[in-house]
Write a protein that binds this ligand. Structure first.
Ligand SMILES: *[C@@H]1O[C@H](CO)[C@@H](O)[C@H](O)[C@H]1NC(C)=O
Ligand SMILES: *[C@@H]1O[C@H](CO)[C@@H](O)[C@H](O)[C@H]1NC(C)=O
Length: 407
């Protein structure tokens, strides 16, 4: 709406200035229903979306901004679909006012690339915004992620719901994402991203339904969002730097995680700030996890102003990550962790070990700082404690008392 008003104002200004060049109007609207989308929740609207996208993306050169409009009060059924760039207009605005749902039968996926449901690639200046709802129809995948019977010895993973790949200057705002088959929103190889005001909802028991994953991306801000799923609320993986996560309410879920890093190779992560976040009954709070083996580093990471409500593992560095707990790799190489600050943190825990800094026995963590950290048991009167392995740094104003950091 704001956008449309802006266009009108711009038109009026041109008129006021006595401009005769009406063609200067540089925004075009591409309504998916004008391209044949039905929005009845039953008809496959992907071909219509593809046509509208092509028109928006290949708009004539006087169009600086294309708006792909997904109108309100309708539900559009989409099969797996890729919205590919590069596009001609310098900005593409996807207005999601209506709802989008995924195929309700796995067989609708036969012949499709199974990794992702809705994918945007190489679209610079992309904004996806609106108060629509994106429903991935996750329950059909959660029990068995394969289509049909899996070949013996193979595993399948369910598709990610919404993926942005190589989209610089991305904005994602206002949407509700529910029941993804796997991760809800993935940002990969993007630079300059702002994600805000999302609601991401899936059951606590749904497997691998991370809220937002960030991989190989730089200059990413995620703020003012509510995330409650069956896995990490936000996960930041290798190749990511200058990431700011703020004002997130997380739970249920597995908290906000950096990693798992070092799964076969070098991983680099730096300049990460997580601030003003609340974790409610999550399995982990804030953590950095890495597999044994691997190389690279995770450094300049700070967690500030975090509140915990009955969290299981509030503060964790875990360099022994091995989710299956079987055939775990053991190795003397490790991702080097340094310059990590936990400050202004308070709340309650369901477990007694509330601070667990477990660094590699061969590669120490250095400059680990805890300041003003107060965590008590969710059970009144119960004692809590912290532990560490091979960690250097300092702790000031910490409860429970935390004396295991080496100088
Ligand atoms: C902190 O986060 C909460 C949501 O949990 C939000 O309401 C509040 O405005 C945020 N405060 C600041 C200073 O950003
Ligand atoms: C701390 O974390 C490590 C690594 O996950 C784990 O092996 C250990 O049992 C934990 N310590 C406690 C006391 O819970």
């Amino acid at each position: 709406m704001v956008q449309l008003v802006w266009v009108l104002v711009a038109c009026m200004m041109y008129t006021a200035m006595g401009s005769t060049r009406i063609s200067l109007v540089s925004t075009s609207i591409f309504d998916v229903t004008k391209y044949g989308a039905k929005g009845n929740g039953k008809t496959d609207d992907s071909p219509a979306f593809m046509k509208a996208w092509k028109a928006a993306c290949e708009a004539p050169s006087n169009v600086r901004r294309s708006i792909l409009l997904i109108p309100a009060r309708r539900t559009f059924l989409l099969r797996p679909i890729s919205f590919n760039g590069p596009c001609k207009p310098s900005s593409i605005y996807v207005q999601v006012s209506g709802n989008i749902i995924g195929p309700t039968k796995k067989t609708d996926w036969i012949g499709s690339h199974i990794d992702t449901w809705l994918e945007f690639t190489r679209v610079n200046g992309l904004t996806v915004s609106g108060n629509g709802r994106i429903d991935g129809q996750g329950p059909i995948w959660w029990e068995n992620a394969c289509i049909g019977t899996p070949t013996p010895g193979t595993t399948c993973h369910a598709p990610a719901a919404l993926m942005f790949k190589r989209c610089n200057g991305l904005r994602l705002n206002g949407l509700t994402h529910i029941n993804s088959p796997r991760v809800h929103v993935t940002i990969t190889a993007c630079n300059g991203v702002i994600i805000s005001n999302l609601r991401i909802i899936a059951p606590e028991t749904s497997p691998n339904t991370d809220g937002i994953n960030i991989a190989s991306s730089t200059n990413v801000k995620i703020r003012d969002s509510i995330i409650g799923t069956g896995d990490d609320c936000v996960a930041i993986s290798g190749g990511s730097s200058n990431i700011m996560i703020s004002s997130i309410v997380c739970g249920p879920g597995h908290g906000i995680s950096i990693g798992a890093l070092g799964n076969g190779g070098a991983d680099v992560v730096e300049n990460i700030e997580v601030r003003n976040c609340t974790m409610i009954k999550t399995l982990a709070g804030v953590r950095i996890k890495s597999w044994q083996g691997g190389s690279g580093y995770a450094r300049k990471i700070s967690f500030k102003g975090i509140k915990f409500d009955s969290v299981y593992n509030p503060i964790m560095i875990d360099q022994y990550y091995c989710p299956t707990q079987t055939n775990c790799r053991t190795s003397t190489s490790a991702v080097k962790i340094s310059d990590v600050t936990f400050s202004g943190i308070m709340g309650t825990s369901r477990m007694d070990n509330v601070i667990n800094i477990s660094c590699s026995r061969s590669v120490a963590c250095t400059n680990i700082v805890l300041d003003s950290v107060y965590i008590s048991s969710a059970t009144p009167g119960r004692k809590v404690f912290g532990t560490c392995i091979n960690a250097h740094g300092r702790a000031t104003h910490v409860k429970p008392s935390f004396n295991c950091l080496k100088r």
